[in-house]
Write a protein that binds this ligand. Structure first.
Ligand code: SF4
Length: 97
């Protein structure tokens, strides 16, 4: 085989490589999207966030709360940005069902 001809098996390998590379890039984007989906963007001021419960309502009982490393550690919120206390509260409180 001369160097000017293209071996179909090499073309096949090239296509497979392109598909694998594309999948890796797409997978990376999806992971990034998942990570950012866990962090809210609304400011604490806008959400009227407070570091204490509002009556019996608190972040630990909210469906939007993403717990920290322990039950007492701060976590994150799917709506509100920043570190969120499990004992906190905001106007977007949504009780776990
Ligand atoms: S009460 Fe507000 S800040 Fe707390 S987890 Fe729910 S939505 Fe987020």
């Amino acid at each position: 085989m001369t160097s000017k001809t293209f071996d179909p098996s090499r073309r096949h390998l090239f296509r497979q490589g392109a598909v694998i590379a594309g999948g890796a890039v797409l997978g990376g984007l999806m992971l990034r999207t998942d990570a950012s989906a866990q962090a809210g963007t609304v400011t604490k001021a806008t959400a009227k966030y407070q570091d204490k419960p509002q009556g019996t309502q608190k972040c630990a009982g909210c469906a939007l709360f993403v717990p920290g490393k322990s039950s007492s550690a701060n976590g994150k919120c799917k709506i509100v940005a920043g570190s969120i206390s499990p004992d906190g509260w905001c106007m977007y409180f949504s009780p776990k069902s």
